[in-house]
Design a protein around this ligand. Structure first.
Ligand code: DX5
Ligand code: ZN
Length: 217
């Protein structure tokens, strides 16, 4: 099934609870939550108190994307704060397997992500154990960037490889520069979880979500 995950990085934070409810009422499936530490990526976004605070604004799945160094330090905290899926960066974790195990031991789904310059081969040891793979289609750190076209081949190669491993049900999420008018490209390549920030929160949330869902379902 194709899943739409609005990224609240582009939300209006003074109105965050209402905007999350708009996402849910308009048919979005997940809420994508970008946590940035100013070290792994240049920006600082928001963290645990915000997640705790918005947890009761929605019963959608909280899809937490950790752009933080040495994420194992904070997995239990994000699980307790209300994350349902916790995705970390392969590049940021000295021992990715230990991070995946800890996420699972907290009863949460584990995702692993790579930046545009990181090869798919780095994911090989984890393909049989993770619940989702997040392919970054921009350099992580900022919303509103342009989709990097070489991401399409990366997604297609990964999807073909997963099929050959009998892992065709594994979710591939794509994040960065996705709009209603290029979402078909990443879906055709084999992604099924679509993150969109600026394309959903700039303008009218429900009509933006409707445009996405029309192209996705
Ligand atoms: C970027 C974040 C994205 C960001 C996407 O580092 O991981 O989730 O919010 O924003 P758009 O959809 O505007 O490219
Ligand atoms: Zn993200």
């Amino acid at each position: 099934m194709n899943i739409l995950a609005p990224s609240i990085l582009s939300a209006d934070f003074k109105n965050l609870g209402n905007q999350i409810r708009d996402c849910q009422n308009s048919g979005a499936h997940y809420i994508h939550i970008d946590v940035m530490d100013g070290v792994f990526v240049p920006s600082i976004s928001f963290g645990l108190p915000v997640i705790r605070s918005i947890r009761d604004a929605s019963d959608l799945i909280f899809d937490v994307h950790l752009m933080i160094t040495d994420p194992i330090r904070y997995i239990k905290d994000f699980a307790a704060a209300g994350a349902d899926i916790i995705t970390f960066h392969q590049e940021a974790a000295p021992d990715p397997m230990a991070v995946i195990d800890l996420i699972h031991s907290c009863g949460k789904k584990a995702g692993i992500s790579i930046k545009p310059g990181t090869g798919l081969d780095t994911l090989e040891p984890y393909l049989n154990i993770v619940d989702m793979i997040l392919i970054m289609s921009v350099e992580p750190g900022f919303g509103g960037q342009k989709y990097i076209p070489s991401s399409t081949d990366k997604i297609r190669t990964l999807r073909n490889h997963l099929n050959s491993l009998n892992r065709s049900s594994l979710d591939i999420e794509v994040d960065g520069g996705i709009k209603a008018d290029n979402v078909d490209i990443v879906l055709n390549a084999g992604a099924n979880v679509i993150v969109a920030g600026s394309a959903i929160f700039n303008g009218d949330i429900s009509s933006n979500i409707r445009d996405f869902l029309n192209k996705m379902m």
